[in-house]
Unconditional design. Sequence first.
Length: 235
Amino acid sequence: MALLDDVIEASGSMPRWNRLQRFTLHLSIRGTLFSRVGHAREFKELIAEGSTRTQSVRFTGLTRGEKSGTYRPDSITIENLDGQVLRTWLNPSLQFLDHRNDALADDLHLVFFCGFSIWNYLTTPFLLARPDVTVEELSPWRENDQTWRRLRALFPPDIVTSSPEQIFYFDENSLQRRLDHDLLGMQVADYSWAHQAFSDVLIPTHRRSLALRSDGTAAPKSVLLHVEVLDATFE
């Protein structure tokens, strides 16, 4: 598909991505989804390490540096600084997101949510080229004074996501600027900007999740989630 090919090339090219195995991020995550359940500081100044091939992310520096957490689709763990496992959640389910007001109150839920979210953020757009991900180009979208091209993606069950159907928006430089998806029973838009190259892979260093209105525009007053990548390496 021409648009997806352009997007992947703009982000570093598929041959380059295929040579990579691991990533390390220095990042902070904040927003009302965290603060309203008392987790305003849990994901500040974190190190996230993981695989570019499989959904696996380890967070170091939780709870003001006192704990670590590991996300895998089949298990979530919370550990102390010595590596001792404090809590485990086997075969986690996205059903916890149905509890909208306090879905992220539990540390295990928080690691699960941030694990698959960060992994999906980081591996897109290369993730969209998988043979089991179905993509189609939609009509362009006018965002303020810009025209963004769009891709609709359907994800298979073995890729953990907030919703199996998502719509991606790309600017004139083929860089991702927005992503529409379901979250906690509502429609949200993740806006991304400030793209930077790390190890020849171009990623957005800021992502902000906002609730969507019925006309497809975002409500800017309440920032549900803000992810800031301070540094990144790939190997």
